[in-house]
Write a new protein. Structure first.
Length: 283
């Protein structure tokens, strides 16, 4: 059962050939405006008065919030947010949008499962003149240590704003999914090694996907893709919903496990530094 928003014969062919699907006009302007309002409210709440330690890994700057089980991504050392992940547990309206049949129905066929569930969710923000690039990559290397079966994760981008060449639209390499895992970088830290080794593919020819707000782009774990910086005065926001078969471990599960490990390490360190009365007298 694929639902009334399942794939057409033409889309099945495109998926096999190109590794991605573009659907235009999936959501109305009013619907993406609603998504955008909830997304902006969540970002404002998360970063209000935040002064936590940041970590530069690969091409990104991360700020883990272990109390809320979310990762905040910053534009370098600025106070401009690049993205947040995962977010559905923090925003019921955005979680509900991720369960919309227009997003879930295609996943039944693409993932060969009757009940797709959310694996993770990202809010990507390319603010005017600030939005940085997302380097060439496949999702697969990022999913290997967090997804139960990284080959059965597929993502749909919901564009909340028009995506153009100027404001940092998504670029894809059609057919790249058929080659499996591509060569990744070796000249950087462990997280950066998930990025594609672009120098190994000098003839690579990504194509831009300029789409209007309300459009969606869907792809699997092996599609090579990137997005470019926002050099315009127009923001480019997008929600990325990644799905997997029901019953699999989610990114949120992993964040909670990580938070528990951090809390346990902190507690152990506190115990080591505590001085008992008897020990103090012995000194």
């Amino acid at each position: 059962m694929t639902g009334r928003h399942g794939l057409s014969a033409e889309e099945r062919s495109a998926w096999q050939r190109d590794g991605y699907l573009v659907r235009r006009g999936v959501f109305s302007r009013a619907e993406v405006e609603d998504m955008g309002q909830h997304g902006e409210a969540l970002v404002a709440d998360l970063v209000r008065d935040r002064r936590a330690r940041r970590y530069k890994v690969g091409s990104y700057v991360f700020d883990p919030d272990f109390l809320r089980h979310v990762m905040i991504k910053w534009e370098g050392e600025s106070d401009v947010v690049h993205g947040i992940e995962p977010f559905a547990h923090l925003s019921e309206p955005l979680r509900v949008w991720g369960l919309d049949p227009r997003l879930v129905d295609p996943m039944r066929e693409l993932l060969d499962t009757p009940e797709p569930m959310l694996f993770t969710e990202k809010l990507n923000l390319k603010r005017p003149r600030h939005g940085g690039p997302n380097p060439l990559h496949q999702d697969y290397p990022y999913w290997v240590d967090s997804a139960q079966d990284p080959t059965r994760v597929a993502t749909t981008i919901v564009y909340l704003d028009d995506a153009t060449l100027a404001n940092g639209c998504t670029w894809v390499v059609p057919g790249s999914h058929r080659a499996g895992k591509w060569k990744t970088r070796e000249d950087t830290d462990e997280f950066g090694k998930n990025e594609l080794d672009a120098a190994a593919y000098p003839d690579l020819a990504p194509v831009p996907l300029e789409v209007e707000a309300g459009a969606t782009v869907t792809f699997g774990p092996f599609l090579v893709h990137q997005s470019t910086p926002n050099t315009s005065e127009q923001g480019r926001r997008a929600l990325l919903y990644s799905y997997q078969p029901a019953g699999f471990k989610s990114m949120l599960d992993g964040m909670r496990e990580m938070a528990a490990e951090v809390a346990a390490r902190r507690a152990a360190k506190q115990r080591e530094t505590q001085v008992t009365p008897a020990a103090a007298r012995a000194r």
